[in-house]
Design a protein around this ligand. Structure first.
Ligand code: NAP
Length: 244
């Protein structure tokens, strides 16, 4: 029977690339989105028209009730959730003195509480099967901190702490929990950077280029596969050598 993967924030960027990869590998795929109905629908339609098993579900990961409903519907439609990819995220740049409490709360609510909400909703069904894989998308800024991204860095460091704690808690239930810490990846999240800013950044990356969404999707697929069965509680850096 085909395995099912729920990918949060998969209307665009890394999540969309991951949805395409898993669909083409034969998984049932749930494309979660919050605002981008059109991108999510177009992606779903193009995959379904090629014969793949895909559905969309709108849910704000920061909202516990919406997440619970998404998980219920997925279990109803596909029978199990074998892999949870917590990818949904938002960024915020600015001096800490210019970061409003509301901005800080929003970043933490989506990037960190969203991961908690999705894990909490999915885990009971994984525990009952005594198997499952949870992959959380952190960031290299969660490892080393980014200037002018205090809230974002804190949220992504929180994802790493959550990953390690949850890995210990769920190992006896046969569930692995790992994180990926991407470096600079070519997606809409970096569209606020000018060409000059990007070029300056790229000069500091040992491999000399930005990463792309497919490279993160490939790392997610590895952590979702049985090739990674003895790996849990780890943070896999996919960053061109920027953080070693
Ligand atoms: P992106 O292109 O901006 O995509 C972000 C995705 O998250 C969208 O599909 C968006 O869906 C979804 N999302 C945002 N808020 C949501 C919410 N409240 N509930 C559900 N979905 C929500 O960004 P990306 O680069 O692919 O980022 C994906 C993940 O990688 C994020 O966690 C990000 O922090 C992390 N990351 C990215 C980079 C990078 O350089 N790009 C580096 C390190 C880590 P809607 O538009 O439908 O709301």
């Amino acid at each position: 029977m085909a395995k099912t993967v729920l990918i949060t924030g998969s209307s665009k960027g890394i999540g969309a690339a991951t949805a395409i990869l898993f669909a083409t590998k034969g998984y049932n795929v749930v494309i979660n989105y919050n605002n981008s109905y059109q991108s999510a629908s177009l992606l779903c339609q193009s995959l379904v028209s090629n014969g793949y098993s895909v559905m969309t579900h709108k849910a704000n990961v920061a909202n516990r009730l919406e997440v619970e409903l998404m998980v219920k519907e997925t279990l109803y439609k596909f029978g199990s959730i074998d892999i949870l990819v917590n990818n949904a995220g938002i960024a915020h740049q600015g001096l800490v003195t210019e970061t409003d409490e509301i901005d800080f709360d929003q970043i933490i609510d989506v990037n960190l509480k969203g991961v908690f909400n999705c894990c909490k909703a999915v885990i009971p069904s994984m525990v009952s099967k005594q198997s499952g894989k949870i992959i959380n998308i952190s960031s290299m800024w969660g490892q080393v901190g980014a200037s002018c991204e205090v809230a974002y860095s804190a949220s992504k460091a929180g994802v790493i702490g959550l990953t390690k704690a949850l890995a210990k808690e769920l190992a006896p239930s046969g569930i692995t929990v790992n994180a990926i810490a991407p470096g600079l990846i070519e997606t809409g999240m970096n569209s606020n950077l000018t060409v000059e800013e990007l070029a300056e950044f790229v000069e500091t990356i040992p491999l000399g280029r930005m990463g792309n969404a497919d490279e993160i999707a490939a790392a997610i697929e590895f952590l979702a596969s049985d090739k990674s069965d003895y790996i849990t509680g780890q943070v896999l850096g996919v960053n061109g050598g920027f953080v070693i």
